[in-house]
Write a protein that binds this ligand. Structure first.
Ligand SMILES: *Cc1c(COP(=O)(O)O)cnc(C)c1O
Length: 245
């Protein structure tokens, strides 16, 4: 007789696997956090994960985040925004999030800084890198990352904590690994710059299909959805609209 594993069981299995991968490459598993990508997952199932000890949650649509923030508020999760953020949605997302993973343009930095200044608040941000170049339309190309990150000093409400990438949709290891290596290289270069506004602590990369490779290449935040919550009803393109929307 077989039954489906519970969310808590799947999380336990994932954690065991993460610990094993870390051990194999000599990393401390405490350096690798699991951020649950909760798009399309209803609050009751997200609660199961929170009760199992996982409180870092990521959404990539502002409406969906707003809808879930209230029913889950009592559990006090830490929300990260991981999708493309339209400038006109900044005011709606700011009340809910601790970290924005998808900073990819100066106009967005300007709008964030404007709203944050008015509210006397700061926000942790990751700069999104298009590490696979032609394969994905999201994030800035690698060669723009260092100058862009330096420019962010003009927006003192933004606390740069690191870099994020969405690798490829087709997770073939030999194609994904070079993307992660580019990320680690940019991360190390920025760290060496010692920019006061860019602390460089987090490397957000790796999803259900490629987290093993991501850990091996230095990820500190894995964004995991399908592996814990099962397959989604919508194609992922539904969540990753074109860059200029
Ligand atoms: C959905 C999503 C993930 C998780 O993807 P899975 O393949 O379901 O693990 C990670 N990052 C972002 C930005 C996402 O939208």
């Amino acid at each position: 007789m077989t039954r489906e594993m519970t969310i808590a069981e799947k999380l336990k299995e994932l954690q065991t696997e993460i610990n094993g991968i870390c051990a194999s490459v000599g990393r401390d598993p405490k350096e690798v956090k699991v951020l649950l990508a909760t798009k399309t997952v209803e609050p009751a199932r997200i609660m199961e994960a929170i009760n199992a000890g996982y409180r870092l949650l990521g959404e990539n649509k502002v409406q969906e985040l707003k809808a879930k923030a209230e029913p889950l508020a009592a559990a006090n999760p830490e929300w990260h925004f991981i999708g493309h953020l339209q400038t006109n949605k900044v005011k709606d997302v700011l009340p809910h999030i601790k970290v924005l993973h998808s900073l990819d343009r100066l106009s967005l930095a300007e709008e964030l800084h404007k709203k944050l200044s008015q509210q006397g608040k700061t926000l942790e941000v990751l700069v999104q890198v298009n590490s696979s170049n032609e394969e994905s339309k999201f994030g800035l190309p690698p060669e723009e990352i260092i100058p862009f990150t330096k420019q962010l000093k003009d927006f003192p409400t933004l606390k740069v904590k690191g870099l994020m990438t969405l690798a490829l949709f087709a997770s073939e290891e030999e194609k994904v690994r070079p993307c992660f290596k580019i990320m680690k290289s940019l991360f190390d270069q920025l760290k060496a710059e010692n920019l006061p506004h860019a602390e460089m602590k987090e490397l957000s990369m790796g999803m259900s299909g490629d987290y093993k490779t991501a850990i091996e290449e230095g990820a500190t935040i894995l964004r995991i959805g399908t592996k814990i919550f099962g397959h989604r009803q919508y194609p992922d393109t539904h969540y990753w609209p074109p860059k200029n929307s």
